[in-house]
Design a protein around this ligand. Structure first.
Ligand code: FES
Length: 187
């Protein structure tokens, strides 16, 4: 039986999600639950994780353990879109550093930072599984339909369902890649 106590609007959405599951969620259900929380807040606030821990009777340390394993999750507020530059070996030898430098220049932030308008967060990730098309940039907000350089890509620990992949990226293509994500018509 779930505890009944007053909660704010965001926590109520999480509670509704858990109630719809209609059972105490198992470990394998934690990832979609965390994704749901991140869609609500844009990141995983501690208050939400503690709330979930109480609701599903899973220690908060275990929830953090799951969340920290997947780079798709953030514990600090981040941009509407996360721009991931692959720095795996194949992309590295094909110029990932130059792509990162250009992204930093265009966005006006350093890797790991978020733009002041909270539209973009830039981060490095390990191999995303499309080495032959490197260097790769992935842009996502976990809501877009999944597309990739000509074919489907399975989400892995570095990317999320809904991320959009850009292959054979050059510094000259960076502006063009980011352009569709500026403004408000991107859902
Ligand atoms: S190293 Fe970048 S996709 Fe594999």
């Amino acid at each position: 039986m779930l505890e009944q106590e007053p909660v704010d609007a965001e926590l109520q959405k999480i509670d509704d999600y858990i109630q719809r599951a209609n059972h105490t969620l198992s470990n394998s259900d934690i990832i979609p639950l965390l994704q749901h929380i991140q869609e609500i807040y844009g990141y995983l606030p501690r208050v939400a994780l503690e709330f979930v821990s109480k609701r599903i009777h899973v220690p908060v340390s275990r929830i953090y353990g799951v969340a920290t394993f997947y780079s798709q999750f953030s514990f600090v507020p981040r941009g509407r879109y996360t721009v991931k530059v692959c720095v795996g070996t194949a992309c590295h030898v094909r110029g990932a550093d130059k792509i990162n430098t250009k992204l930093e220049e265009v966005l006006g932030i350093k890797n790991g930072e978020t733009t002041p308008d909270y539209n973009f967060t830039l981060k490095s990730v390990g191999c995303v599984g499309t080495c032959a098309l490197g260097p790769i940039v992935v842009v996502g907000n976990s809501k877009k339909s999944e597309t990739c350089c000509g074919g489907p890509v399975k989400p892995n620990r570095n990317v999320s369902l809904g991320d959009k992949f850009y292959g054979q990226v050059t510094p000259e293509k960076v502006q063009e890649i980011l352009e569709p994500y500026r403004g408000s018509n991107n859902e």
